[in-house]
Design a protein around this ligand. Structure first.
Ligand code: PLP
Ligand code: COI
Length: 336
């Protein structure tokens, strides 16, 4: 194991162990650690044939006090249960999910980056359908796999802004589809938008699939806007309920801000003081401009990360890295 903590990005670094737990006919087995990163999977498994797959993303942080904190893993467990229910998969019980994450952490302790590097240990829980099936329908066998990987800070240098481009021609998810669940199919379906934006040097801003008037999501992250003392974020049945966004709304309210969740017309970007994408990977990624090619407009929001987005970013990172009291009980300290 020779990880260069300073040069990690959001890339996969092979851990020593992954953790697996199987479920057959509704009965879950114990999670176990294995060094083998390959699956012996039937070619007709429902995850391969019909996309019966869901995943999650969460992080463990080495704190200023040297302790390791896992951030709000119970929320990821609940979200995976909702995704599983939507795709007719067995729901991993919360305790089993937590046990699997803790085991993955303990078996890969040397991959938890040191405090001060800004790097973290990311966990990618994966739930797949493994029953061989040709007829269209769900299987009866499932597997939960926890894949840990150390990842670098999203901002290795200085906290900086990104530019988004509105895409009304590709929909990430339908209003009554699977957008609110974290299932692999949503991401493959979004590539036509995100890869086209990346090719132009931007990130993709998806609008609602019904009217294409309202902001839905920023690539694979939620959108937030700041206007005066108000924290605005879209209400939509097609977006993923972000655990980061929900945590930030709590912090924003504590800072005395008004939090509003409603449809946000794209044109409203002209009135915002600050905007950002939020999610586990980046925490908050400030947005400087949004290009709307259909309307021939570029909304310039702020050239530098704004004061409120910066304050919210620091407030959340302070909790995650143990620099401030965890009054909400969001972090589990794991004794290793
Ligand atoms: N939206 C999408 C589509 C995502 O994939 C993610 C990442 O998980 C988010 C939003 C942010 O969610 P969270 O803050 O729970 O990571
Ligand atoms: C996030 O964790 O913030 C994401 O955007 C998820 C993505 C890496 C799938």
């Amino acid at each position: 194991m020779n990880v260069k903590w300073d040069s990690l990005g959001f890339h996969y670094t092979e851990p020593d162990y992954i953790v697996r737990a199987e479920c057959h006919d509704g009965v879950w087995g114990e999670p176990y650690a294995t060094e083998d990163k390959y699956l012996h999977l039937h070619v007709s498994a429902t995850c391969l044939q019909y996309g019966q797959e869901a995943f999650e993303g969460l992080k463990a942080f080495r704190g200023v006090d040297g302790k390791i904190r896992i951030f709000r893993w119970q929320e990821n467990a609940k979200r995976m249960q909702r995704s599983a229910e939507a795709l007719y998969m067995a729901q991993p019980p919360t305790e089993l999910f937590g046990e699997a994450i803790r085991l993955a952490l303990r078996k890969n302790i040397c991959f938890v980056p040191p405090y001060g590097t800004g790097a973290t240990l990311y966990f990618r829980p994966l739930l797949i359908g493994t029953t061989p099936r040709l007829g269209v329908g769900p299987g009866r066998d499932f597997e939960l796999i926890i894949i840990p990987s150390p990842i670098g800070p999203y901002y290795p240098g200085k906290f900086h802004c990104t530019t988004f481009i509105v895409n009304r021609h590709i929909d990430r998810a339908a209003p009554q589809g699977t957008g609110q669940f974290k299932v692999g199919g949503n991401y493959a379906a979004s590539f036509r938008g995100t890869e086209a934006a990346h090719a132009m040097g931007y990130d993709c801003l998806f609008t609602d699939a019904k009217t294409h008037k309202y902001i839905d999501e920023c690539s694979a992250a939620n959108f937030i806007g700041i206007r005066g003392n108000e924290y605005l974020t879209p209400r939509s049945t097609a977006i993923l309920p972000s655990i980061t966004n929900e945590s930030l709304t709590v912090l924003a309210k504590e800072m005395g801000m008004k939090v509003t969740r409603r449809h946000i017309p794209v044109e409203e970007l002209a009135t915002l003081d600050e905007a950002a994408a939020c999610g586990t990977a980046c925490v908050l990624s400030p947005i400087d401009k949004v290009i709307d090619p259909d309307k021939g407009v570029t909304y310039t929001i702020s050239d530098e990360p704004g004061p409120i987005v910066t304050k919210l970013y620091n407030a959340l990172q302070d909790i995650q890295f143990g620099r401030t009291a965890d009054v909400h009980g969001w972090c589990e300290i794991v004794e290793c």
